[in-house]
Design a protein around this ligand. Structure first.
Ligand code: IMP
Ligand code: MG
Length: 176
């Protein structure tokens, strides 16, 4: 069940506008390619890039973990690859949420293997208390406690991505 609204639409708009101005200030002298990590980051990605102060190249990548309980660094599978050549470019990886950090660590490694000039990470949400690896996140929208959230791109079993705000979700068997 959707237990409680955690972040409303107005807050999301404000947080993304703030992120966009911080990231825009970083674009000076760069040759930027913004990479959306599908599917979760897609809603955040369009809102963020629409607010950037300079034109950027955009591309999309999709990875999947080989099962959450056994996930460890090096376990993501590439589902959809980039189509843009990022060698020599300044890459900004855009993620919905950084939880254990394992997915992001693998995506960063995958991106570095294509020889970009630089790699930075923009995350809408972060759950610092859940971190298992010390992964680099250069721009963070909001830090949240260890609760499972859905909406604005985030899913539970592919559901709830199109909710316009972010809610805490509790699976039916665990409601108490
Ligand atoms: P990590 O590898 O543990 O950092 O997990 C990152 C991925 O797990 C994110 O890209 C999300 O797809 C998913 N994830 C982590 N926490 C949540 C959550 O609270 N709601 C929905 N998806 C989540
Ligand atoms: Mg995801």
């Amino acid at each position: 069940m959707l237990r409680e609204k955690v972040i409303d639409g107005e807050t999301l708009t404000r947080v993304i506008a703030d992120l966009a101005s911080r990231v825009s200030a970083d674009l000076e002298g760069k040759d930027p390619v913004f990479i959306c990590v599908l599917k979760g980051a897609s809603y955040f990605f369009t809102h963020l890039t629409l607010r950037l102060a300079a034109p950027v190249v955009v591309d999309f990548i999709q990875v999947s973990s080989y099962g959450a309980s056994t996930s460890s660094s090096g376990t993501v599978a590439l589902v959809k690859d980039l189509t843009v050549d990022i060698s020599g470019k300044d890459v900004y990886i855009v993620e919905d949420i950084v939880d254990t950090g394992l997915t992001l660590a693998d995506v960063i490694a995958l991106v570095w293997a294509r020889h970009p000039r630089s790699v930075k990470v923009v995350g809408l949400l972060s759950k610092p208390s859940r971190r298992k690896v010390d992964v680099q996140v250069d721009f963070i929208g909001l830090e949240i406690p260890d609760r499972f959230v859905v909406g604005f791109g985030l899913d539970f079993a592919e559901r709830f991505r199109n909710l316009p705000e972010i809610w805490e979700y509790v699976p039916e068997g665990e409601v108490g």
